[in-house]
Design a protein around this ligand. Structure first.
Ligand code: EPS
Length: 373
C-alpha cells in the first residue's frame, strides 16, 4: 500500500526520501517532520558530523496548502558537508559494508560503497517515517523509544507508566529512563572514546493506541511482527529484534509466557500483562507494541583492526574515518521511523481509502464493531 525510497550519498548534495501511497487530505507540517530530524541528531557519543549538519527536511512535492494530494511526497535534506572530490579508500573496515560491497560491485576501492552504506542514509528514513507518524497520529497512535542498554550498562527497570518512559527518554542525553544508568552509559561511552573504540546496545520502540488486527495470521508476509522485524533489522548495525518477552520467552514456561484475556464493559477485551509485546498471531492485539533491537558497536574505529589493501593486497590497518562512538540513542529514533512506516502501511491495508475521510470512516466503523463484539 505504502512504499518509500531513499536516495543520496553521505557526502553528496542531499538525501531524498519519496513516500508513495499516502491518502489525500493528510495534514503534513514540515516543522513536525523536523522535530524528528532533530531528535535523530542527538545522543551522547555522536560523531563530529552532527556539529556540522542542521538536518532539515523540505517538502518538495505531494503537498498543497499543507495537505497531501495523493501524489508522492518527496522530501529533500541538504548535506552541509558536501564534498565533490572525496579521496578513494582502499582499506576496508571490518564489520562495515566496505569489502562485500567492493567485491559485489567490482570496485577496487570502497568510497563508492561507504558513501551509500553510511548511516547518514537514516536521516532520509526518519523524514519518511515522520510523515507516516503524522498519519498514525490522526488515529491516536503514539510512538516513542528509549535506550535499554549501552556497552553492557543496562537499566534495572522501566517505569510502569509508558507516558513517563517517553518523557524521561526525551530529557536524557542517552535517551535512557534511569538517571544512574545514564551516568554509567555515559562513562562507558567516554571510556570507549578514550580507547578509540565504539559501543553498541539495545533500544526499545513502543507504539500506543493501536487498533487490534493490524497485520494478519493467514500468510508469512502479512504477519506484522515479521514485517516490523525486517524493517528494524534493516537499520545499519542492528543484529537482532525481539517483541515483548522475546528470547526470554524461550526460557519461560507457557503458563508465564502468555497474557490472560479479560473483559469488562468499559474496557472491552484487555490484558493485565503484555508479554507478547502487543502482537499475537502476526496481528496487533491492541496492547502496546513493544519492539527491542540489538545494535552492534559501529565498525568505524579510531584504533583500527587489521585489514587488507584492496589494490596492493598488503596487510594493513583499516581506514580511519570520522564516526560515532555510540549511536544507540539515534538508532532508537530511526527505529521509531521504521516501525511507523510498517504500521502506517498496515493501517492503509486494513482501512484503505484514497482520502483521509474514507480512511477515517472505515476506521471508526471497525472500532465500533470491535468494541461491540
Ligand atoms: C552519520 C553520518 C556519517 C557518520 C555516521 C552517521 O557522517 P561522516 O561519515 O561524514 O562522519 O558520522 O555514520 C557512521 C559512523 C557509519 O559507520 O556509517 C549520520 O548522519 O547519522
Amino acid at each position: 500500500m505504502l512504499r518509500y525510497l531513499t536516495a543520496g550519498e553521505s557526502h553528496g548534495r542531499a538525501l531524498i526520501a519519496i513516500v508513495e501511497g499516502l491518502p489525500a487530505g493528510l495534514r503534513v507540517d514540515e516543522d513536525r517532520i523536523n522535530v524528528q530530524m532533530a531528535r535523530r541528531m542527538q545522543g551522547y557519543g555522536r560523531s563530529g558530523r552532527m556539529q556540522i549538519e542542521k538536518d532539515r527536511a523540505e517538502i518538495i512535492s505531494g503537498v498543497i496548502r499543507g495537505e497531501t494530494i495523493g501524489a508522492p511526497v518527496a522530501l529533500w535534506i541538504e548535506n552541509r558537508d558536501w564534498r565533490k572530490d572525496e579521496p578513494d579508500v582502499t582499506r576496508p573496515r571490518p564489520g562495515h559494508a566496505d569489502l562485500a560491497g567492493a567485491l559485489k560491485y567490482g570496485f577496487d576501492e570502497v568510497r563508492r560503497v561507504l558513501e551509500r552504506s553510511s548511516a547518514r542514509e537514516t536521516a532520509a528514513r526518519v523524514a519518511a517515517g515522520a510523515v507516516c507518524r503524522l498519519l498514525l497520529e490522526e488515529f491516536g497512535v503514539r510512538l516513542f523509544s528509549h535506550v535499554v542498554e549501552i556497552g553492557g550498562e543496562a537499566i534495572r527497570a522501566r517505569p510502569a507508566r509508558w507516558e513517563e518512559v517517553a518523557l524521561l527518554a526525551e530529557s536524557s542525553a542517552v535517551r535512557c529512563v534511569e538517571p544512574d544508568a545514564e551516568v554509567r552509559m555515559k562513562a562507558a561511552i567516554d571510556a570507549a572514546r578514550d580507547r578509540g573504540d565504539t559501543l553498541g546496545g539495545v533500544f526499545e520502540v513502543v507504539a500506543l493506541g493501536l487498533p487490534p488486527g493490524l497485520g494478519s495470521h493467514v500468510h508469512w508476509d502479512r504477519r506484522l511482527d515479521a514485517r516490523i522485524a525486517a524493517a528494524v533489522m534493516s537499520i545499519p548495525a542492528v543484529k537482532g529484534v525481539e517483541f515483548g518477552l522475546g528470547f526470554e520467552a524461550a526460557r519461560t514456561p507457557g503458563s508465564s509466557a502468555h497474557d490472560e484475556i479479560l473483559y469488562d464493559q468499559s474496557r472491552g477485551f484487555h490484558r493485565e500483562t503484555n508479554r507478547a509485546g502487543g502482537v499475537e498471531g502476526g496481528m496487533t492485539n491492541s496492547e502496546p507494541l513493544v519492539v527491542r533491537a540489538a545494535m552492534k558497536p559501529l565498525s568505524t574505529l579510531r584504533v583500527p583492526m587489521r585489514s587488507v589493501d584492496l589494490r596492493t593486497k598488503e596487510s594493513v590497518k583499516a581506514t580511519v574515518v570520522r564516526g560515532d562512538v555510540c549511536a544507540v540513542p539515534a538508532a532508537g529514533v530511526v527505529g521509531e521511523a521504521m516501525v511507523a512506516f510498517v504500521l502506517a502501511d498496515a493501517f492503509l491495508e486494513k482501512f484503505g481509502g484514497d482520502a483521509m475521510a474514507h480512511l477515517r470512516q472505515a476506521f471508526n466503523l471497525y472500532m465500533e464493531e470491535a468494541r461491540r463484539c
